[in-house]
Design a binder for this molecule. Sequence first.
Ligand SMILES: *Cc1c(COP(=O)(O)O)cnc(C)c1O
Ligand SMILES: [Zn+2]
Length: 385
Amino acid sequence: MYLLRCIECGENFENELIYTCPKCGGLLEVVFDVSNADFRLDGNNVTLWKYRSLLPVRIEPVTLFEGGTPLYPVDVDVDARVFVKHEGLNPSGSFKDRGMTVGVTKALELGMKSVACASTGNTSASMAMYSARAGLRAYVLLPSGKVALGKLAQAMMHGARVIAIRGNFDVALKLVREISERKGLYLLNSVNPFRLEGQKTIAFEIVDQLGHAPDAVFVPVGNAGNISAIYKGFLELREAGYIDEIPKMIGVQAEGANPIYRAFVEGKDSIEPVENPETIATAIRIGAPVNARKALRAVYSSKGKVLQVSDEEIVSAQKMLAKQGIGVEPASASSLAGLLKEDSDFDTVVCIATGNLLKDPEEVMRVSGTPVEVDANISEIERLI
Ligand SMILES: *Cc1c(COP(=O)(O)O)cnc(C)c1O
Ligand SMILES: [Zn+2]
């Protein structure tokens, strides 16, 4: 039904308990026989597990009813018809839930007792939630002081063992890969190919909800798993005959954490890490994205591109979305910020909004100010209205 294949040397593997190629160290991907796809993209009952025939699990899934997120038309100053896919409305408030429903199910299927991840926040929040649901132990490594409050709160409340390290995300990921190996923990970062399978359903849902493929999809890029996953989703849809053309995949990075942007500008297919990544968008504050090679392939083969945006542009796009009733965290607004900088003649465009406004309340208070406080009497209040 499916197998794991190395994207570098092409070797196939049946052992599912590997994260990278045992021969060459390359990233792995799940290869499906797409002729098994049994769903109709008719806009009905849009939820992640509608697409189970193209998801790599053999047991009953651990689900919190993720997916089926709204695709909102928005009014912004570009010629194209623009839609925002609000992934912040998933159970834990980010698209990571799509990966975790599959990844945590896979952990159970493989008989694992504990799962682990390094995280800028949302992966840990989601993993904590799904592993609580599944009855698995969860271990999380975070960059100390750099995780948005809402995300940390979720990881703590859902019972993960949270370890804050004095170092950035890239260091945390290196450490968690090593400790997972040593301790037999199931690693649920996006280097895990099964997690990306869940995330490819964003592409399925876009076509399901829109009725056709858009011309371009703008995606915030950190560790670069999501853009790779969404591209793979469109590839499978084309192979199975649901769509004719793959949308241009347009990755958007923050200026202070832009290794994939740099590689793209230089026409390279791998990155030079950025040593000390910095941006207000903590979810994409990553200097050495593990899925860079997959992501660059997605961008080049779809004739897309990679853009960079400043923190100011991110905040401005975040406020623009908020004014239309769409509340997102900073990283999520980078996709729209990228679109606003890009003047291509697209007809239909989808921007992925990756996470919810409530994830990072401290950033919101910094950029929105605080309420005015007055004495509790009518004339004082009247003065303000
Ligand atoms: C994880 C995350 C990203 C980055 O996704 P990658 O797959 O790491 O590129 C962007 N925005 C939010 C809100 C996230 O949680
Ligand atoms: Zn290989």
